[in-house]
Ligand binder design. Sequence first.
Ligand code: AMP
Ligand code: MG
Length: 386
Amino acid sequence: MLDQVGQPRPESVDLSEASGRALFTDVLASHAMPPFASSAMDGYAALPSLAGVPLRVVGESRAGHPFAGELNAGEAIAISTGALAPDGVGVVPIEVVTLDDGVVTPAGPISAGDHVRLPGEDLPMGAVALTAGTVLRPAELSVIAACGYAEVTCAVRPRVSIVVTGDELTSPGSALAVGQIHESNGIGLRGLAEQSGAEVVHKTRCADTREATGQALSDALKRAEIVIASGGVSVGEHDHVRAVLTEDLGVKEVFWRVPLKPGGPTWFGIGPDGQLVFGLPGNPASAFVTYTLFVAPAIRALLGQIPLPNTWPAATAQDLPLRNREQAVRVTLDPRADGPPLAHATGAQGSHRTTSMAGAWGLALLPAGDGTLPAGSIVQVEPLPH
Ligand code: AMP
Ligand code: MG
């Protein structure tokens, strides 16, 4: 699937709009950071001198207002945190001096560089501050601002279209007729796609007919680079997604069915214009799991990020039944001082159980096998974004 994903594209984004976006290029320090030698303390700056030697205060260097004169031996200037420190000085903190009639006497000696931050100490000019693919959180936005940039080059957010299928679905907020359920994958998939850094431009629901499914998916293909369908991708007589995509809409099937529980019927294909088309199973836990394991990596790749996440080892908290296919068990993680965290399954794991996703920290990836995986086994956990 990742072989089919195109390259990220750049766009310039105002820093105030860039939260959560992925960097397209490295960000380089446009100047040394900090840009000049400055005091790390409020106190007095002087050339090196011995403890107890009185120094005449000849001026002040405040933040934003450097001392303009010349500083000689036997003299000091008042200095505030962040103010320019003249060449060769050390700073003595205000707490360890006595001041009397314009003369300051430090309790200890002053050496050059005491409490002075050097230019470029954080980043030399031209150094890589952040690498391409980095997701911009508040800390990274601050780094970019500190580098002096008002705009930043981000990867264009891929457009996502979501099509939920099913005659039994009705909107949340409306009463249920017999045989109906409230449609819940749409809001979940929208949130997941947004968390991944994509832009959801279209979301629609369609009935289980070939015509309705065709209309909805054809619309979706026109609007987005990534189409996520939910439901209708299995072998039932009323499952039209695959046939519509491949026979009516020119989408080339790349794979169908994966040895995974939940998520067996997952389908993936490439649209006529290179769209990435995912047919996710309709069961809510299946949709969440397969989004996480298939769609999220594709979006990360399109944003120039490392597509596959780092998994973390954890120890299972209970015996877990193995199956003839891999399993993605939704877990919470309990930290432990003496080993990897304990992974607790979020209750029963039936693929129809919406609550099995709620509160989950990650997916514990169990190998296929026979019998039971005993409590205390080490498994890899794919973290879920939060
Ligand atoms: P399907 O993949 O269409 O065979 O659906 C499998 C199961 O998931 C059925 O029980 C559906 O009612 C349920 N389901 C399908 N789509 C949704 C949805 N959007 N929200 C909640 N449940 C769904
Ligand atoms: Mg269905």
